[in-house]
Ligand binder design. Structure first.
Ligand SMILES: Nc1ncnc2c1ncn2[C@@H]1O[C@H](COP(=O)(O)OP(=O)(O)O)[C@@H](O)[C@H]1O
Ligand SMILES: [Mg+2]
Length: 262
C-alpha cells in the first residue's frame, strides 16, 4: 500500500466507535480490455461523512460507483461495506446490502414511463411488501415533501425540469432509509441556480440522515459545498485526498491545474 492508501484507511478508521468504515475501497483495479480505468484506488467513508470524488470525464468515476454497488466486479482489490468484502457475499446477502444503498445514477435519474409518485413508490413496492397502500402513499408524500416536490406527485418526469427530476431522484434514493448514499453527477447539466439548490438539498439531507455519502462530480464548487473531504481522480489514481483547504495547499502540479481551471 502506498501513502495515499494508508491515509485513506486511517480516515476510514476514524469512526468514533472503532467499527469499520461504512464504505471502504481497498486497492481497487479495473480494466476494460486493454484500457486500465482504475489503477489501485483506496478510500473510505464513515457514517455522516460525505466524500466528493472529482475528476475529468472518462476518469472512471461512474465505474467506481458501479463497483461499490456491485454492478461491476473488480479485477483485484476489494469493496467493503461495514467491513465486509462484497465479493464474499451470496446474491441474497448482496441484495440486502444494496437495499441500504440509495443511488442516483448519472443518466436516467427516473423511470420515464412512471409518474413522480410511482417513481418514488417503486423501491417501497419492491422491498417493503408489508407496507399497505395508504402507508406507502403517506411515505411517498413525506419523501417528496423532504425535497420540496410534493406538488409534482402526478406529473411525468418529462413534464418537470432537470433540477426537479434530480430532486425526485433524491427522494427515491432515500425511500428505503439507506445508510449509504451514492450520487453520480447530481448537478450535471443543470444551470448554476438549480445546481446550487441541489447542493443545498444534498447538504440538508445529509445533515438529517447522517448517511455515508459519495458524491461524484466534475464540479469543484459543488464538491466544496457538499463534501467533508475531496478525492481527485486522474488516469486511474487518486492524486490527492483531503479537505478543500488541503487541496488548495497542495504543491502537486495536477492539483494546482485542476483547481485553477475549475
Ligand atoms: N462497461 C464498459 N465497457 C467498456 N468500457 C467502459 C465500460 N464502462 C466504462 N468504460 C470506460 O471506462 C472509462 C471511465 O468511464 P466512466 O467511469 O464512465 O468515466 P467518468 O469519470 O466520466 O464517470 C471510459 O473510458 C469508459 O469508456
Ligand atoms: Mg460518469
Amino acid at each position: 500500500m502506498d501513502t495515499i492508501d494508508q491515509t485513506a484507511m486511517k480516515q476510514g478508521e476514524a469512526e468514533k466507535d472503532g467499527s469499520a468504515p461504512v464504505v471502504a475501497v481497498v486497492d481497487l483495479h479495473k480494466s476494460f480490455g486493454s484500457q486500465n480505468v482504475l489503477n489501485g484506488i483506496s478510500l473510505a467513508v464513515g457514517r455522516g461523512e460525505t466524500l466528493a470524488v472529482l475528476g475529468r470525464s472518462g476518469t472512471g468515476k461512474s465505474v467506481l460507483l458501479r463497483l461499490i454497488i456491485g454492478l461491476e466486479k473488480p479485477d483485484s482489490g476489494s469493496v467493503r461495506i461495514h467491513g465486509q468484502d462484497i465479493a464474499d457475499l451470496a446474491l441474497d446477502q448482496m441484495g440486502e446490502i444494496r437495499k441500504k444503498m440509495g443511488f442516483l445514477f448519472q443518466h436516467a435519474a427516473l423511470y420515464d414511463s412512471l409518474t413522480v409518485e410511482q417513481n418514488v413508490a417503486f423501491p417501497l413496492l419492491h422491498h417493503k411488501k408489508e407496507m399497505s397502500k395508504s402507508e406507502r402513499g403517506d411515505r411517498v408524500e413525506e419523501l417528496l415533501a423532504e425535497v420540496g416536490m410534493e406538488s409534482a406527485l402526478a406529473k411525468m418526469p418529462s413534464d418537470i425540469s432537470g433540477g426537479m427530476q434530480k430532486r425526485v431522484g433524491l427522494a427515491r434514493a432515500l425511500a428505503l432509509e439507506p445508510d449509504i448514499l451514492l450520487l453520480d453527477e447530481p448537478t450535471a447539466g443543470l444551470d448554476p441556480i438549480s445546481s446550487g439548490e441541489i447542493d443545498d438539498l444534498i447538504l440538508k439531507l445529509q445533515q438529517e440522515h447522517h448517511t455515508a455519502s459519495i458524491v461524484v462530480t466534475h464540479d469543484l464548487h459543488s464538491a466544496k459545498t457538499v463534501a467533508d473531504r475531496l478525492a481527485l481522480l486522474n488516469e486511474g489514481d487518486i492524486v490527492i485526498q483531503g479537505t478543500f483547504e488541503e487541496l488548495q495547499e497542495s504543491d502537486i502540479e495536477f492539483v494546482r491545474e485542476f483547481l485553477k481551471h475549475s
